[in-house]
Design a protein around this ligand. Structure first.
Ligand code: SF4
Length: 96
């Protein structure tokens, strides 16, 4: 993994220095949750879907970079569980 990180110049996510235990990103349909303290910097997300997961961008997760189902698919491949998601409609229904 160290080699892979070096290869990608992937020293860490830009939001790593923030103290929040999780950050959220939404496209209206779903919300992606990222837990910096759980992330192991495998770069699977960056490699798999760079249009959404880009450590050089701010914010580093661009929810407009791909369709909802593709983002869900990539989130499911996070090896550490740092990435997760929920569908916003469930929350909207629950608050009615
Ligand atoms: S795939 Fe998961 S563990 Fe790997 S860099 Fe992305 S968020 Fe971190």
């Amino acid at each position: 993994m160290i080699f892979l990180n070096s290869l990608l110049d992937f020293a860490g996510h830009p939001e790593d220095l923030m103290s929040e235990s999780e950050k959220t990103y939404t496209n209206g349909e779903i919300t992606v949750v990222w837990k910096p303290g759980v992330c192991i910097h495998s770069a699977k997300c960056v490699q798999g879907l760079g249009e959404v997961f880009n450590v050089n961008a701010r914010p580093w997760i661009n929810m407009e970079g791909a369709g909802t189902e593709r983002i869900i698919q990539q989130v499911g491949q996070c090896p550490s569980g740092a990435l997760s998601y929920f569908r916003n409609e469930k929350i909207a229904k629950a608050t009615r």
